[in-house]
Ligand binder design. Structure first.
Ligand SMILES: NC(=O)c1ccc[n+]([C@@H]2O[C@H](COP(=O)([O-])OP(=O)(O)OC[C@H]3O[C@@H](n4cnc5c(N)ncnc54)[C@H](OP(=O)(O)O)[C@@H]3O)[C@@H](O)[C@H]2O)c1
Length: 172
């Protein structure tokens, strides 16, 4: 990637699913600092340690599955049904999805929501000209933190990763 960057074929280098440790290890050897790290991030998996590291090193955090990927059959979690999110949504006259997206924006992250539904796409775009007040924003820290994209399929005796702790460098 650095060679492509040097040749002018890439304007920036991005990484994905890098833990705080892996990003730190990369910074030790990288000539070209990654511009962005794309990771799972939503109110139910806030990635506080990684967020702080990215802020302190000037690496942008981009949030995939910012709605917590509702409807994914193998995930028995629905971030949008968290009582604190629905409470804030009701107070602000917004939808739970908009509250989840706005939280990420207020954290300084970009968001990658996905929808096949026109109304929800419009709803998901309407998150830039309002904000969650600080007192309500603080309530979102109460949500139990659960990584949804755990990567269990990569854990097996042949894999270099023998446990989820190893895969995510303890950030599970
Ligand atoms: N880098 C990586 O390793 C990685 C991993 C996972 C995902 N991603 C990327 O992240 C993006 C989004 O991920 P994702 O699809 O897992 O999660 P997501 O955007 O959090 O959730 C998408 C789901 O939310 C529903 N939805 C969208 N807007 C909604 C709204 N306003 N209210 C209620 N439900 C709503 C969608 O259904 P409808 O279509 O019916 O609206 C869809 O089922 C994708 O582009 C994906 O490629 C990257």
């Amino acid at each position: 990637m650095e060679k492509l960057y040097d040749a002018g074929n890439a304007r920036a280098i991005g990484v994905s699913n890098f833990s705080t440790k892996r990003l730190g290890d990369l910074l030790v050897v990288a000539r070209v600092r990654p511009a962005v790290n794309q990771v799972e991030c939503h109110p139910g998996w806030q990635h506080t340690k990684l967020h702080n590291f990215c802020q302190s090193t000037g690496i942008h955090l981009s949030a995939y599955s910012p709605l917590g990927s509702p409807g994914t059959p193998w995930m028995n979690s629905n971030v949008l049904e968290e009582p604190v999110i629905t409470l804030i949504a009701n107070k602000l006259g917004k939808t739970p999805a908009q509250v989840a997206l706005c939280w990420n924006i207020q954290m300084g992250h970009s968001i990658l929501p996905k929808s096949l539904n026109e109304e929800r796409i419009k709803q998901n775009l309407d998150v830039h000209d309002w904000s969650i007040p600080d007192d309500l924003l603080a309530m979102l820290t109460e949500i139990k933190q659960v990584r949804l994209f755990r990567g269990d399929f990569t854990i097996n005796p042949q894999s270099v990763y023998k446990t989820l702790e190893e895969l995510w460098d303890g950030e599970v």
